[in-house]
Ligand binder design. Sequence first.
Ligand code: SAM
Length: 439
Amino acid sequence: MTVDISDTDIYPFVTVSGITENEALEFSKREIMLKAIYSEISSGTTLDEAFQNLRDLSDSSFNELVRPYITGNSSIKIVYDSFGSKTYEYSDWTSKIYHPMLSCFRDCHPVIDLKSPDTSFYVIEDRFSEEHPNNPFPHPPRFLICREVAVGPRKLLKQFDLSKRRYIGTTSMKAHLSFICANLGLVRPGSLVLDPYCGTMSIGLSCAAFGGTVIGGDLDIPCIRGKPERNIFHNFQDQHLPRPDLVIVDQTRSPFALRPIFDAIITDPPYGIREGCKTIGTKQTPTPQAESTAAPSDGMTFQPTVQHSLSSTLSELLNFASQTLVMGGRLVFWVPSTKSAPNTPPFHPSLTFISQATQPLNPRWSRKLITMEKVREHEDYFTNPGEDDPFADALNFREFYFDHQQKSGRELKKEAKRNKKLQKQRDISEKPGSSDEHS
Ligand SMILES: C[S@@+](CC[C@H](N)C(=O)[O-])C[C@H]1O[C@@H](n2cnc3c(N)ncnc32)[C@H](O)[C@@H]1O
C-alpha cells in the first residue's frame, strides 16, 4: 500500500494506492478521523471535463470501475460534495450533475434509491487550494467523480460523546482523542489493555469499543468509585460493553507483576495542571509507609499524597511499559509540551519510537501524543533530569504554566521588551572591539 501523506497536515484528502476494498473497509471501522474512502473514477479541472473523462473511459476501465455497480437491480445514489466553497446550488443539481452523470452510464439504467442505495457515486469539488492560498501544496480547483467504498466510524463520536456519559470528571478525555489513542495502540478483540492513570476511563471505553479487555488504575479513590448511581461501570454498561477491571494504584509504585502481559498501555498521565502527578507519602515521610488518614464520611482509608515530578512519572512509565508489554505491544501516552520545546522523540532501549502528534492547546502550550512499540527485551533505563532527559521540557511544566498564567498581557509584553533590551546589550558587549574586550 502506498500513501501520499505529503500534505495531510492541512489538506483534507490523502491519496492511497494498492489497497484492497476489504482492507479499506477494515481501516474505515477504526480510523476516527476518516470521513470516507472513495475509489476515483475520473477527474478534471472543471465539472464538464470530469464528465467528459468519465465518458471517454476505455471499455475495460468502465467495466471494472463502473459497470458492476450499475447493472441488474443495483441501486445507486448520486451525491455532490465540496471542500471549500460550492460552485453549484441545489437548483443546479438536476441539470448540472444528475443528468450528465446518468448520461455517462452508457447502456445501464440503475435504480435510484436515495435512502439505502447499494452504491453511492460522488461528484466532489475540491476548492481547498483556492480557499487556503497560503497552503504549501497549491493546485488548481478540481472535480473528482468517485464511488464511495467505505464510510469512516464518525458515528462513534456521537455515541461516545462526553455529554452522553453518565459519569465524567474534570479531565475526562473527549471521544475522538480516546479513539485515536485506541487506534494507535492497535487495540482489537482479544487485546489486554492497561490505562494506569485511568481517571474516568475514557480511553478504556474506546479500547473496549474496539474489542479490548481493559484494566484501569488510578490513585484517586473517589474518582474510581464514583457514585452508586453514576460511575465508570455505568458508562460501560450504557454502551453494552463488558465491565472493566478497576484497581486503586499508585502507579509510581505499581503493584502489577512486572512481566510481559499487556498488548497495549494507553494513558494520559497527570500534567500537574488540573490533575497533579501524585505519589503516596507526606512531605516529612515521602515513603509508601506514610500514615494513612481516615475519611470520616464513609469510613474509607485514604493515603496522604505528595507531588511527584512529571519527568519521573514519564520515565517510570517507559520502564514499566518495557517490562509489562508483550513483544510488539504498544505504549501510547500524552505529554505536555511548549512551542519552543525541541521535537526530540523520547528514548528507551526496549521501545522503538513510532510517531508523535501535536495537539495545540493555546498559542504557547500543546500536548503530544506519543506512540512507542516494544521491540527488545526489557532493560532498565532512567534518565538524568536536565541531561539526556527526553521530558526535560515537561519537567517544569507546572511551574512554567502557572508562572505565565499569573502574568497579565501587559506584564508579559514588558518582560519581552526587557529581554529584548538585555539581548541587545549582550550582543553589543560580545561584539569584537567592544569596551569589554579592551578591559
Ligand atoms: C489526566 S487524568 C486522566 C483522565 C482520564 N484520561 C479520563 O478520561 O478521565 C490523570 C489521572 O491520574 C491520576 N493519578 C495521579 N497520580 C497518580 C498515581 N501516582 N498513580 C495512579 N494514578 C494517578 C489522577 O487521579 C487522575 O485521575
